[in-house]
Design a binder for this molecule. Structure first.
Ligand SMILES: NC(=O)c1ccc[n+]([C@@H]2O[C@H](COP(=O)([O-])OP(=O)(O)OC[C@H]3O[C@@H](n4cnc5c(N)ncnc54)[C@H](OP(=O)(O)O)[C@@H]3O)[C@@H](O)[C@H]2O)c1
Length: 311
């Protein structure tokens, strides 16, 4: 089958090549992938920034987000029909979503509603799980609470705005000036420009500071938080781990979200997609042959929403 792959770590190393057909193992589905999506994780893994986890055996596959139809089920899988439309996020460092076929764990997938396009299913999995787990679990965001989403126009941010609204929160966003309207259109109550607006000068307090882009610290967020407010980070840098450890016993805590793929949260996301409460925001769609250019767009850190690969 055709798949996006790379034979060494680096920039411009991704190519489309032949890969052995996967087989559905125990607890797995074999899926004909119809769309996949990129994430910063694909940039980092292909460049070798996460080699400690992804290892040094080559060639390697690319992609964690997929949507497609089931063509075979492995032993131990019950309740999933051949032909069923599903979507999900691959947890394993092996990746493999950007390929004509993929073997995926059934508990890392959910049924994709009939009316939702493949591209939306693929676009939404990893980022919605991240936003949901960051806001609901790490941030304890609830009805009536206030959240500040910093770096709100990228893949995680555009879905975090919508999920925060679904959870009943008041949402303030920061983005570059040109993306404020996008944030507003997705439900932000207040859309600020991170370069021009001085958060401290506003005299406001938030229950959750969700640092999606990952260039702030707990020390920056603290004066902006309510007395028991939480600062939630996405980037597992040494500084983040230090903030998390140092604030573990404090009222104002730093938390790191580490996204976990699971069927329950994917089913929640699927229901929000079906009801129209949540929609996938897509920056651009590319053919498999253009995967290298698509990865460059992802690496630019300027995507407005998700970058999708059609298969
Ligand atoms: N821990 C986890 O489990 C987990 C899961 C998912 C993602 N992540 C991490 O979360 C981060 C965001 O992921 P993503 O998918 O949203 O990335 P993304 O789609 O690449 O984010 C692109 C956005 O970043 C914004 N941006 C660029 N420079 C900025 C700056 N200096 N300050 C604030 N925003 C800036 C851009 O908006 P403007 O053009 O408006 O500035 C753009 O819309 C990545 O570091 C990713 O690795 C972690």
């Amino acid at each position: 089958m055709r798949a996006a792959l790379y034979r060494r770590y680096g920039k411009d190393v991704v190519e489309v090549g032949e890969w052995a057909d996967p087989i559905a193992g125990r607890g797995e589905l074999l899926v004909r992938v119809r769309a996949a999506a990129l994430n910063p994780k694909d940039v980092m893994t292909s460049r070798g920034k996460l080699a400690l986890f992804s290892g040094r055996r080559f060639p390697k596959q690319l992609g964690y987000d997929w949507a497609g139809e089931v063509i075979a089920v492995g032993p131990g899988v019950e309740g999933v029909a051949i032909g069923e439309r599903r979507f999900g996020m691959i947890q394993s460092w092996k990746a493999g979503a950007i390929a004509e076929r993929a073997a995926v764990r059934v508990e890392e997938s959910a049924r994709l509603p009939e009316e939702i396009p493949w591209s939306s299913g693929a676009a939404i999995a990893l980022v919605s799980l991240t936003a949901l787990q960051a806001l609901r679990d790490e941030g304890r965001l609830r009805e009536g609470r206030r959240v500040l989403i910093h770096g709100a126009s990228g893949g995680v941010g555009v879905h975090a705005i919508q999920i925060a609204k679904i959870l009943g929160a008041h949402v303030t966003t920061t983005s570059s000036a040109g993306n404020r309207e996008l944030c507003r259109s997705l439900g932000a109550d207040v859309a600020l420009d991170y370069a021009a607006d001085d958060l401290a000068a506003r005299g406001e307090r938030w229950d959750v500071f969700f640092d999606v882009f990952g260039n702030r610290r707990l020390s920056f967020a603290k004066p902006l938080l309510t007395p028991r407010g939480r600062y939630v980070q996405t980037v597992p840098a040494a500084t983040t781990l230090l903030d998390v450890a140092r604030s573990a016993l404090s009222a104002q805590r730093a938390k790191l979200v580490v996204v976990r793929s699971n069927a329950r949260d994917l089913e929640t996301v699927a229901e929000w997609l079906r009801s129209g409460a949540l929609r996938a925001v897509i920056d651009s769609e590319h053919a498999l042959a253009d995967v290298r250019a698509a990865l460059e767009r992802q690496a630019s850190k300027r995507a407005r929403g998700k970058i999708v690969i059609g298969l």
